[in-house]
Design a protein around this ligand. Structure first.
Ligand SMILES: Cc1ncc(COP(=O)(O)O)c(C=O)c1O
Length: 379
């Protein structure tokens, strides 16, 4: 199988497997126990917090381990809602559902929520965020701004540094979902943000673990209660073997960015071939997300092809790609991100191809050949 769906999840790195196997054997104790068996498990958690901090450029004491990006994003929004009466939210229009759905739920519970419309090129601009902040009605409590650092479907890089500055200038707090950006973008992008969220499985670590990183002075209101784990901010016995794998994944990504010029060269070759093959077979292929983006992602709409059907045809040819975000795969609804940027027709035909550090020239050659076979068969 040629795997071109790295934004959905990544194959765990061999070093991650090795440390997880060791932690299965000697880290099965309860990290809260004071004896040495517990302390051994706890050492894996401490290493994970330190490694997350290294990756995102913060202090390990400000890291709260969670079950992943979804829980961490939900925790940021619900904590803000619980802490402040009349809380307000200004949320980017292309956020992951773990932010947007949480915001809609808080709106149903009485919070003031504005969703910032995106540009057709895939950006959510500082001007639009600022305009929404200026429209917040008098009497609304403190506002939280949520903006992802990188979009999960197009790879477009969002202006989180500028938006953080604009939010702070208006007394708002800033939440950056860095799930698709950590290990790929310089952490300086979210240097001043109050909350930063990362997920292990997007970094070649295990699934089921992620982190919320806060500024030191920020209080978080726990949503899970009943234990002193994670300083009482996220109750529940932690899994040391997941933490061990997460730590190594973060350390690898901190040492070497997970995507770079070589990934960009392969992505560009693939994208150019798609456009060329589309022309040769009488199909229009257009790129979705023309603003500056990560070098690892290509999102294209192929005219006349419903993306779920094209993804299924490529799967039969041995190429794994995605027709929308992984969490909505299996449902017929088109990509909400592309729909918000470019309308439902473009979204219905939007296919995401995402590469990673193990993608090779041979993978790209194989994918191009498979695309050609599918296009030719269906002419
Ligand atoms: C931008 C973004 N945020 C949050 C998440 C959710 O993270 P997790 O899968 O760890 O719950 C994802 C997952 O695809 C994502 O792409």
């Amino acid at each position: 199988m040629i795997y071109l769906d790295w934004n959905a999840t990544c194959p765990p790195h061999e070093d991650v497997w090795l440390v997880m196997r060791a932690a299965f054997e000697d880290g099965w104790g309860n990290p809260a126990s004071v004896h040495r068996v517990g302390q051994r498990a706890r050492s894996y958690l401490d290493r994970a917090r330190a490694s997350v901090a290294l990756l995102v450029g913060r202090d390990g004491r400000d890291v709260i381990l969670t079950s992943g990006g979804t829980e961490a994003n939900n925790l940021v929004l619900t904590s803000h809602f619980t802490e402040h009466e009349n809380a307000g939210f200004v949320v980017g229009g292309l956020e992951h559902p773990s932010v947007l759905e949480a915001a809609y739920e808080l709106s149903r519970r009485g919070a003031f929520v504005r969703v910032v419309p995106p540009e057709p090129d895939g950006r959510v601009t500082v001007e639009r965020v600022t305009a929404e902040l200026e429209r917040v009605p008098a009497g609304t409590g403190p506002v939280l701004v949520s903006l992802q650092a990188v979009n999960h479907e197009t790879g477009v890089i969002q202006p989180v540094t500028e938006v953080t500055r604009a939010a702070h200038a208006r007394g708002a707090r800033m939440h950056v979902d860095a799930v698709q950006a950590a290990g790929k973008l310089d952490p300086a992008h979210w240097d001043a943000a109050d909350f930063v969220v990362v997920a292990s499985h997007k970094l070649r670590g295990p699934k089921g673990i992620g982190a919320l990183v806060t500024m030191p002075h920020i209080e978080v209101r726990p949503q899970l209660r009943g234990g002193a784990q994670e300083r009482g901010l996220r109750a529940g016995t932690q899994d040391a073997h997941l933490a061990a794998g997460f730590a190594v994944a973060c350390e690898r990504a901190a040492a070497h960015p997970l995507v770079g010029d070589e990934t960009g060269r392969l992505r560009d070759r693939l994208e150019e071939a798609l456009v060329r093959l589309g022309e040769a077979h009488g199909l229009g292929v257009v790129v979705n997300g023309t603003a500056p983006r990560l070098p690892s992602v290509s999102n294209v709409s192929v005219s006349g092809w419903r993306s779920a059907e094209l993804a299924a045809a490529l799967d039969l040819e041995g190429v794994a790609v995605s027709s929308g975000a992984a969490c909505s795969a299996g449902t017929p609804e088109p990509s909400r991100v592309i729909s918000a940027m470019l309308g439902p027709a473009r979204a219905a035909e939007a296919l995401r191809l995402s590469l990673g550090e193990a993608t090779t020239e041979a993978d790209v050659d194989g994918a191009i050949a498979a695309i050609e076979r599918v296009f030719r068969r269906c002419r």
